[in-house]
Write a protein that binds this ligand. Structure first.
Ligand SMILES: [Zn+2]
Length: 141
């Protein structure tokens, strides 16, 4: 599936460092696709991108996700001194359990932070941070 990709006038947050392992992940995200890795040898699924399967050390392959999951746990950030994050307080950072299994961390938006609950169904969208970099965010389904 292809999720919404939002654009911003200027991305002022830190950018990920693209490398031989993660470049495809960030590029796919900039196109609205969420990738995790799956091992062709043992079937293990993992996020974040790594050079090896963490279960058997084989070369992992990319697996495109549904972009849906549920909130496993979260925190509401109410104090943060540094820009640009302090301008967005309060905000929610969650561990999202993907339908495919692995957990992924990200911000939950489009909802009052005090209304977020464990087990809430969420879906991914992306913010385009650079030409070849998308950052995954989460919102209620
Ligand atoms: Zn494996």
């Amino acid at each position: 599936m292809t999720a919404e990709v939002r654009t911003v006038e200027e991305w002022t947050k830190p950018l990920p460092q693209l490398d031989g392992v993660s470049t495809e992940y960030w590029q796919a995200a900039s196109e609205g696709r969420l990738l995790i890795q799956q091992c062709p040898k043992c079937g293990h699924k993992q996020w974040y991108p790594r050079a090896l399967c963490t279960a058997c050390a084989a070369d992992p392959e990319w697996l495109e996700c549904s972009g849906r999951g549920e909130i496993h746990t979260f925190t509401v950030v109410r104090q943060y001194g540094a820009k640009p994050f302090r301008d967005e307080l309060p905000y929610v950072i969650a561990m999202v359990q993907l339908e495919e299994g692995p957990m992924i961390m990200g911000a939950v938006t489009d909802i009052d932070p005090d209304a977020v609950r464990i087990g809430m169904a969420v879906e991914v969208y992306f913010v385009k941070a650079a030409d070849d970099v998308g950052i995954p965010y989460w919102r209620p389904v």
